[in-house]
Design a protein around this ligand. Structure first.
Ligand code: PMP
Length: 396
């Protein structure tokens, strides 16, 4: 290894370790379900994005296996050579139906999708108004486009309006886009899409909503845009296929001309191998399940409300989440990490989230209940929270 690289790595890894910011990764020794096995222990899992339990759904597992038997394990090429299987076409039709749009395009991940879609449309002569708490993949997608990035204060519509006015009236930019998460994953709050659409109409902004944490969860499962009835108003409906939908991948749903453009200009679609057939078959069936029934969605919300009520009654600060995401805000970073470690020792897997992912002094243990949790599991988790909370002086 080059000395320069070795010095760089040693210095920076040591610095992270000294500041307690080096994240050790625990491999999960089995399915990422309502319970998980980690380091030889079985724990109640409150850290997965498997909101509806579909990642471990037996019917979907069988559908994936059947598709592997028929098509093999890989798509074999990028989409524009001969990696577009009939399965991909069916998936994209299903995603358009799911999102109430003319068309859709799929990508290999949600992260990839933001890198692909923003830079296919925006360039150095454009500007992007971006919510300050937007996901890392949106930030990176914006950077890749080389457009001027204008952050606005989180869900602050006055700030957005002022910056939209300034950007459009300056005459400096050819196009101006506004980008927001649909559901913000650290606090569980929902973007103010009706106000965003109003501002977008006033200033002719392109609208872009990444609903990674909303699809399957809000809008009776159909997402945050549907929740507000704005399917006709949002230009880009982005999502991931890896959270509530349970598999892997990302997508854009929108007008046919937008999707046609992304098929010829978005680089991961052109230059990276297509999603594998087993995954595509399972995703299509998962989306169909969400379209057909709200049973899992209803169970998810029931469990979210139950966990929130239990933790709140004990005196924990659970923030102002509007979704099943349940942060338990501890504050101090070190105490938050100790809290999560003690939960682990008592049988609950709930990760601590601290600066720089969230602002300093707002360290939290983030809980993600799913449709697969039973009331008994949630009662046990709440009892463990009570024990650890009292022991560490977080509650009385
Ligand atoms: N966008 C948002 C808002 C997300 O929360 C995430 C996942 N953390 C992603 C994109 C990335 O999705 P994926 O995991 O499918 O790459």
């Amino acid at each position: 290894m080059s000395n320069v690289l070795n010095n760089f790595l040693t210095e920076n890894l040591d610095a992270l370790k000294n500041q307690g910011l080096y994240n050790e990764i625990d491999p999960v020794e089995g399915p990422n379900g309502a319970k998980i096995n980690v380091r030889g222990s079985e724990l109640i899992n409150l850290s997965s994005n498997n909101y509806l339990g579909l990642a471990t759904n037996p019917a979907l597992k069988q559908i994936a296996k059947d598709a592997v038997d028929k098509y093999g394990v890989g798509a074999g090429a990028v989409r524009t050579i001969n990696g577009t299987l009939d399965l991909h076409v069916r998936l994209e039709q299903k995603l358009a139906e799911f999102k109430g749009t003319e068309a859709a395009i799929s990508y290999q991940s949600g992260f990839n999708c933001n890198m692909a879609a923003i830079s296919a449309v925006m360039d150095k002569n454009d500007a992007i108004l971006s919510d300050q708490l937007n996901h890392a993949s949106i930030i990176d997608g914006c950077r890749l486009s080389k457009a001027k990035i204008i952050p606005f204060n989180h869900s602050d519509m006055e700030d957005l309006r002022a910056k939209a006015k300034q950007a459009t009236e300056s005459g400096q930019y050819n196009k101006v886009m506004v980008i927001t998460d649909g559901v913000f994953s650290m606090d569980g709050d929902i973007a103010k899409l009706p106000e965003i659409v109003e501002i977008a109409k006033e200033f002719d902004l392109i609208t872009y909503v990444d609903d990674a944490h909303g699809s399957g969860v809000t809008g009776k499962g159909k997402g945050t845009v549907k929740h507000f009835g704005l399917e006709k108003e949002i230009d880009f409906q982005i999502g991931t296929l890896s959270k509530a939908i349970g598999v892997v991948g990302g997508y854009v749903a929108g007008k046919k001309n937008l999707i046609d453009w992304l098929k010829v200009r978005s680089r991961p679609f052109l230059f990276s191998t297509a999603l594998p057939p087993g995954d595509v078959a399972a995703i299509t069936a998962a989306v169909q399940m969400i379209i057909d029934s709200t049973e899992l969605h209803d169970k998810l919300w029931e469990n979210g409300d139950y966990l929130k009520a239990g933790l709140s009654k004990l005196g924990f600060d659970i923030g102002a989440s509007e979704t099943p995401i349940t942060p338990c805000i501890i504050g101090d970073e070190k105490l938050t990490q100790t809290f999560s470690k003690r939960l682990f020792e008592e049988g609950v897997y709930a990760k601590s989230i601290v600066f720089p992912t969230v602002p300093k002094g707002t360290g939290r243990v983030r809980n993600m209940p799913t449709a697969d949790h039973t009331k008994e599991m949630l009662d046990e988790a709440i009892a463990i929270y009570e024990k650890v909370g009292k022991e560490l002086g977080v509650i009385n």
